[in-house]
Design a protein around this ligand. Structure first.
Ligand SMILES: Cc1cc2nc3c(=O)[nH]c(=O)nc-3n(C[C@H](O)[C@H](O)[C@H](O)COP(=O)(O)O)c2cc1C
Length: 328
């Protein structure tokens, strides 16, 4: 007889894949608990970036990305998920309760493409070549994110100066913000064994200079210099509301777009320095055709895979997943 709930080993595999999700500064601010066939996802407030992210926006967006990675992995492993978001209003860190069932059909080939993309994806901070017109960039990225209540806007090339201005604005406001800068240098620019962003995943000074809309990270050593300005397509994910529910769904949509783009051979990098700062967030909002709240931007383009930056580390599964002993 088919099992009615996934066994502990399968949950371990799925959670390990979920933890490959992107997170702000690679903080991996999530915790999971599996008990009697129910998996709970909670934000770990101890991993919030107090100076960069006082409201916890990036914390929850990161958890949303892990939630989408989790359900993508489980689908390919033969389990569909029923997700209850924010099951306990009294506990804002309790983000999702996940139950499982089998679908009428098994996993489809595209489910395995997305599973492979979980392993292949990384944030690439180098300048990109344009999106390859011969690669089918999931034509319907806009439709894809609608299921999360999120809108995707592909910005025209003419919006680039506004993005550069928003980047300058956040850079100038934070240049002498010692709390922000110490957080940035704590998490990025040296090798921590389990989290943070190593030098080899950050752009060299030459590469940073070609991406006028990137977060100002410590100078890295990601690859040999690419001496042309970034030609990425930039998309904005926006929501109607601006609460934890909207942030969680924005994170799910972010993950879905990143995995689809990776599966179709594209390079990607999330950008949130412009959305975590109120003034630049409203500047980005002015680029949208509606009155949505911008939650994250993504650069999408083509890049040399042979010379790709190093993948970032992850925390061991025992640090993020608790499995309750079975009750007999
Ligand atoms: C909510 C969120 C915000 C992020 N903001 C930025 C950003 O502003 N700039 C950037 O270069 N990367 C950003 N990233 C990418 C993370 O730095 C990256 O996911 C993390 O270091 C793990 O590395 P990986 O994506 O290569 O696995 C963000 C990711 C998430 C989920």
């Amino acid at each position: 007889m088919e099992p009615t709930v996934p066994d502990d080993d399968l949950i371990r595999i799925a959670v390990e894949l979920a933890c490959r999700a992107p997170s702000v500064h690679n903080t991996q601010p999530w915790r999971l608990r599996y008990d009697c066939g129910v998996l709970d996802l909670c934000a770990d407030p101890g991993r919030r970036l107090a100076a960069t992210d006082p409201a916890g926006r990036q914390l929850v967006v990161s958890c949303g990305a892990a939630l989408h990675h989790l359900s993508t992995a489980l689908t390919a492993l033969g389990w569909l998920t029923d997700i209850r978001r924010h099951p306990d209003r009294a506990n804002p860190n309790y983000l999702a309760q996940i139950r499982f069932h089998h679908g009428t059909r098994g996993p489809q080939p595209h489910d395995f493409d997305l599973l492979t993309a979980i392993r292949l994806r990384y944030s690439d901070r180098r300048p990109f070549d344009p999106v390859d017109p011969n690669l089918p960039l999931a034509a319907s990225l806009k439709d894809l994110v609608r299921q999360y209540g999120v809108r995707l806007t592909i910005l025209p090339r003419s919006a680039r100066p506004t993005l550069a201005t928003a980047t300058e604005l956040t850079g100038a406001a934070r240049r002498f913000d010692t709390a922000y800068q110490s957080e940035l240098y704590w998490w990025a620019g040296h090798s921590l064994p389990e989290d943070g962003i190593p030098l080899e995943a950050l752009a060299t000074a030459d590469n940073q200079a070609q991406v006028d809309i990137g977060r100002r990270f410590p100078t890295g050593s990601d690859s040999s210099s690419i001496l042309h300005p970034d030609q990425a397509t930039v998309v904005v994910l926006s929501t109607n509301g601006d609460d934890r529910g909207a942030w969680l769904r924005a994170g799910e949509a972010l993950s879905h777009v990143l995995l689809e783009a990776t599966a179709t051979g594209h390079a990607t990098c999330p950008l949130t320095h412009m959305t975590e700062f109120a003034q630049s967030r409203s500047l980005i909002g002015s680029l949208l055709p509606d009155s949505g709240v911008p939650q994250a931007l993504i650069r999408i383009g083509s890049a040399n895979e042979k010379d790709s930056p190093r993948q970032t580390p992850r925390r061991p599964i025992e640090s993020v997943l608790t499995i309750a002993p079975r009750r007999s």
